[in-house]
Design a protein around this ligand. Structure first.
Ligand code: ASP
Ligand code: MG
Length: 434
């Protein structure tokens, strides 16, 4: 008998029927002899609808009030889920993030968890109750205000709680059966990955794969908390996110089936992100301090940039071009900040392209296996996809391409590395894709 943390995403609790289905699953886990802590997201698209509502009354909703508003979404699902569980004869108690002891810094909209003091959760478990915790929220230690962890943050709540109460596993339920070799919405032949390392999952998540909240994977890796990603709509075995050495070993938590299929995979998956933008600063004087000034300005505008490419300067002019990518939603802010420093830097002009995307192949095996980039680029070339920028890490190769060719690029990479399955494995059970 151990503690299991289960996190249910918005599409799993989208309506009353979904909540009843999830309640049954929770009660079954409890009946099997586990202590169960549940983390819930807001029902369906509630968070987006609340943001729309805020924008209707204010062009720039104050961050403190926006957080207060958004946490209401998770409060609805936690209370309704507790009712559904009690209706099945099982004791259940819901807790806000603050009541559950999720302590954060004071950064509204992107707060970081700095401590978890789960006394009330442990007391509920000791009483034989299922504890239900509102995801993606906490309370600031300094201001005592309610905070949110950023979109998709309930995954992080779940892993942080699992670590704090020493759970055996953190199960994350969504509307697909696990982590796939590519997003099943654009690659119908995507195959479920039975086991994947924290590092590969981090790369996939950072490169746009909508599998897990990035910080949740960082947290799980730091404390070695196994994550089991699965669907609340099926009983299928999902994907285990574990330490690299446990991936091929078929480790403690894995199934036989999982352990045997994973050996020798060099590429684990293809991630994509269709919502990028690219800024090029043309004619930057090639002298010390220019890049520093440019990226300090971008950083001070709180913009997270991604890939950076700088060319060697043309001998005749002593000037160079610098390009970088960033989330499309932040493109205009970055352009405004850079325009304001033209005189200081003395660059010639700015170019903005808001229709680019990024496609990445990820796999721990590539660090010891030559020729991965060549095969990837050949496949893109055969598919007629033009590469605009390239970047690599030890276990990843990423390219920036025009947005219109992102899906073609994913399909080409998936095929060249033989990632596809013969039958259709991937079922998308729910969600509006919002
Ligand atoms: N409800 C929040 C969101 O939609 C948090 C979450 O789902 O994890 O972003
Ligand atoms: Mg959501």
């Amino acid at each position: 008998m151990g503690i299991v943390v289960q996190k249910y995403g918005g599409s799993s609790v989208a309506d009353a029927a979904g909540i009843k289905r999830v309640a049954q699953r929770i009660v079954a886990t409890k009946k099997a002899g586990n202590d169960v802590v549940v983390v819930v997201s807001a029902m369906g698209d509630t968070t987006d609808e609340l943001i729309d509502l805020a924008n209707e009354v204010s062009p720039l909703p104050p961050a403190r009030e926006l957080d207060m508003l958004l946490t209401a979404g998770e409060r609805i699902s936690m209370a309704v889920l507790a009712m559904a569980i009690q209706n099945l004869g099982q004791e259940a108690r819901s807790f806000t993030g603050s009541q559950a002891g999720v302590i954060t810094d004071a950064e509204h909209g992107r707060a970081k968890i700095i401590d978890v003091t789960p006394g009330r959760i442990q007391a509920a478990l000791a009483d034989g109750a299922v504890a239900i915790v509102a995801g993606f929220q906490g309370v600031s230690q300094t201001t005592k205000d309610i905070t949110t962890l950023g979109r998709g943050g309930s995954d992080t709540t779940a892993v942080a709680l699992a670590v704090a109460i020493d759970a055996e596993v953190c199960e994350i339920y969504s509307d697909v059966d696990g982590i796939f070799t590519a997003d099943p919405r654009v690659e119908p032949r995507a195959r479920k990955v039975p086991r994947i390392s924290y590092e590969e999952t981090l790369e996939m998540a950072a490169q746009g794969a909508k599998i897990l909240h990035l910080r949740c994977v960082e947290y799980a890796r730091r404390y070695d908390m196994p994550i089991h990603v699965r669907s609340s709509f099926s009983q299928k075995e999902g994907t285990w996110v574990v330490r690299a050495e446990d991936v091929s070993a078929g480790g403690a938590q894995g199934t036989e089936e999982a352990g045997s299929t994973m050996e020798a995979a060099i590429i684990t998956g293809v991630a994509h992100d269709s919502s990028q933008a690219k800024i090029t600063i043309v004619g930057v004087p090639d002298k010390p301090g220019e890049a520093a000034a440019i990226f300090r300005t971008v950083a001070d505008a709180q913009i997270n940039i991604d890939m950076i490419v700088q060319n060697i300067s043309a001998a005749a002019t002593g000037r160079t071009d610098i390009s970088f990518t960033l989330p499309r939603g932040e493109g205009q802010t970055a352009m405004a900040a850079l325009a304001g420093m033209q005189d200081q830097v003395g660059y010639e002009s700015l170019q903005y392209d808001d229709s680019v995307g990024k496609v990445s192949v990820v796999g721990a095996g590539m660090s010891t296996s030559p020729g991965i980039s060549a095969r990837f680029f050949e496949a893109l070339s055969e598919a007629g996809v033009n590469i605009q920028m390239i970047s690599t890490s030890e276990i990843r190769v990423s390219v920036v391409v025009t947005e219109a060719q992102v899906v073609q690029a994913v399909n080409a990479a998936h095929a060249v590395f033989d990632l596809g399955s013969d039958e259709i494995e991937a079922v998308v059970y729910g969600g509006t894709g919002r």
